[in-house]
Design a protein around this ligand. Structure first.
Ligand code: MG
Length: 174
């Protein structure tokens, strides 16, 4: 078995997709973005926050968002995903982990994320108890190809680095 120091940098990756529907808000990175379509899902369908939660859980080796917050649990119906992120932040704290940085990419033809970038950085850093500049928010299109390219939904990918113990005490729920 390899010998790690007591504290290490841990990398996590998360990805999430949500489809556009009528009659729902379009919430991305915890910010309600004005758009003629919203995102479908059991929760508020915030694909950015879901991918971010998954990345952090992945870095800690603690499963995924569905394991901790099942999408068939009525408690999470239309839930504000920032509350889930706050739970994930708490899990980091309980396991002596701190977020070093997050790098977020949102693939979407629309809406444009750029005007909301600072608001998203502010909102996410508040929940993650870090500085806004530790959260990078980027957006790209899919050149009008595929699900995202046809403006049928959005796709988010997130990489995080966290600093914490080489051995995480918490266990993934069964
Ligand atoms: Mg999701």
């Amino acid at each position: 078995m390899n010998k790690l120091p007591e504290f290490v940098f841990r990398t996590g990756f998360g990805a999430d997709v949500h489809a556009f529907v009528e009659g729902r808000p379009c919430i991305l990175g915890g910010v309600n973005i004005p758009h003629h379509l919203g995102l479908a899902g059991h929760s508020d369908a915030d694909a950015v926050v879901h991918a971010l939660c998954d990345a952090i859980l992945g870095a800690m080796g603690l499963g995924d968002i569905g394991t901790w917050f099942p999408d068939n649990d009525p408690a999470f119906k239309d839930v504000d995903s920032l509350l889930l992120l706050a739970q994930v932040q708490k899990l980091m704290e309980e396991n002596s982990c701190v977020l070093v940085n997050a790098d977020i990419v949102l693939f979407a033809e629309e809406p444009k994320l750029k005007p909301h970038r600072q608001a998203i950085q502010n909102k996410l850093s508040e929940v993650l108890k870090c500085r806004p500049d530790q959260i990078s928010v980027k957006a790209s299109t899919m050149e009008k190809k595929g699900f995202v390219g046809r403006s049928e939904g959005v796709f988010s990918q997130v990489v995080v680095s966290i600093y914490g113990p080489a051995q995480i005490k918490a266990e993934t729920p069964k």
